[in-house]
Design a binder for this molecule. Structure first.
Ligand SMILES: Cc1cc2nc3c(=O)[nH]c(=O)nc-3n(C[C@H](O)[C@H](O)[C@H](O)COP(=O)(O)OP(=O)(O)OC[C@H]3O[C@@H](n4cnc5c(N)ncnc54)[C@H](O)[C@@H]3O)c2cc1C
Length: 327
């Protein structure tokens, strides 16, 4: 029976939600393909993670354990996954379009002499030949490509949110411990230390206040932060977002970015300050329940999608708004 394999990822020792989404995707495809499902866990100590993933209805969990797989060593991970694919020959291999996936998948495709489709938002089986039909946004989200490729395994990276996360089941997967043949000579890039970074989860906010290129100076974001503070007294969690130029300038980390290559969010209210409303930004926030725009240009795109708009300079509008909120 052919097999659909997924790469298991963890976050601070627990299963990453993106893995649960991949399992859901694998189980949907497995029905149409008549295939079994399997997950691969890689690391120096994998027992706990393998047990955790075994509760989600996969037929099998491969436990690839080796001291060189400690943390995330891309060279070792690619070597181990290449070895596993040659051992078990999966028909389909699904990997998250995550930091790990983006590092591992292209190199794996080269080693396995197969083709890779990255950042897929939809997957289905072609009933005529059982090939994998992949959907992915292209041209900055202005078009959608439907892709089919040859090659084995059918290798894809899958965008976060493409599938709903799967719920645990009562049956437990078979766990297969394996030791890939790795040695130090494989490791060309060494990870010296891991630095924890506080990640902003914009999708958890009730209100997102975003600044764009119209914000003249980095320090002016302090006014947006003051507005967030004032609003949080009545609206709960309020976080600061931004458009891409702000990240490009190095004023904010990329987890603050809203849009096609940032976060896709649908908060109760989205406040766009000095953001023109380019399509790549709009796709990330258009599902917000209420959109409020502050912009000097009455003709800007953001006003076309906004429920409320203020035409004016944020330097004048925001302090007045904060004074009003603070009563
Ligand atoms: C493949 C691809 C992916 C992309 N992904 C993203 C993405 O994920 N997110 C994203 O945001 N962009 C993304 N972009 C970039 C996108 O195309 C736009 O360039 C970007 O969104 C523009 O940001 P902005 O609206 O802040 O800047 P601008 O378009 O320059 O707009 C600045 C606005 O500020 C207003 N303004 C100026 N001064 C003031 C003032 N004093 N008070 C009030 N308003 C003022 C102006 O009238 C103007 O409307 C992507 C582009 C590509 C090609």
């Amino acid at each position: 029976m052919s097999e659909i394999l997924i790469l298991v990822e963890s976050k601070e020792g627990s299963l990453d939600k993106k893995t649960l989404e991949l399992i859901q995707g694998a189980s949907v495809l497995a029905k149409d393909l008549g295939a079994s499902t399997a997950g691969v866990v890689a690391g120096d100590e994998t027992a706990q993670l393998a047990e955790a993933v075994a509760a989600y209805g996969l037929d099998k969990v491969y436990r690839l354990e080796h001291p060189l797989l400690k943390g995330f060593q891309p060279d070792a991970w690619v070597g181990a996954l290449e070895w596993l694919c040659k051992e078990v020959a999966p028909k389909v291999f699904l990997i998250s379009h995550s930091f790990v996936g983006r590092e591992v998948a292209p190199r794996l495709a080269y080693r396995l002499n197969t083709e890779l489709t990255t950042d897929c938002t939809g997957l289905k089986v072609d009933p005529s030949d059982k090939g994998l039909i992949r959907t992915k946004p292209i041209y900055g989200g202005n078009a959608v490509a439907i892709v089919k490729t040859e090659g084995s395994p059918q290798l894809v990276t899958v965008r976060k949110g493409a599938f709903d996360p799967i719920e645990p089941t009562t049956t437990k997967s078979e766990i297969a411990p394996m030791t890939p043949p790795l040695d130090e000579s494989l490791i060309r890039v060494k990870s010296l230390k891991t630095v924890a970074q506080e990640v902003v989860e914009l999708d958890k906010a009730n209100v997102v206040i975003s600044g764009g290129r119209g914000i003249a100076e980095k320090d002016d974001f302090e006014v947006l932060i003051a507005l967030a503070k004032a609003l949080s007294k009545t609206h709960g969690k309020v976080l600061i977002g931004c458009s891409r130029p702000v990240v490009d300038k190095g004023w904010m980390s990329s987890d603050h970015q809203v849009g096609l290559t940032g976060s896709m969010i649908s908060p109760e209210a989205y406040v766009a300050i000095g953001i023109s409303g380019a399509v790549q930004h709009l796709v990330g926030m258009i599902r917000s329940k209420k959109i409020i725009a502050i912009n000097t240009d009455l003709g800007c795109n953001m006003f076309k999608v906004a429920d409320y708009g203020v035409v004016g300079d944020y330097k004048e509008i925001l302090p007045a708004l904060i004074r009003k909120l603070e009563g």
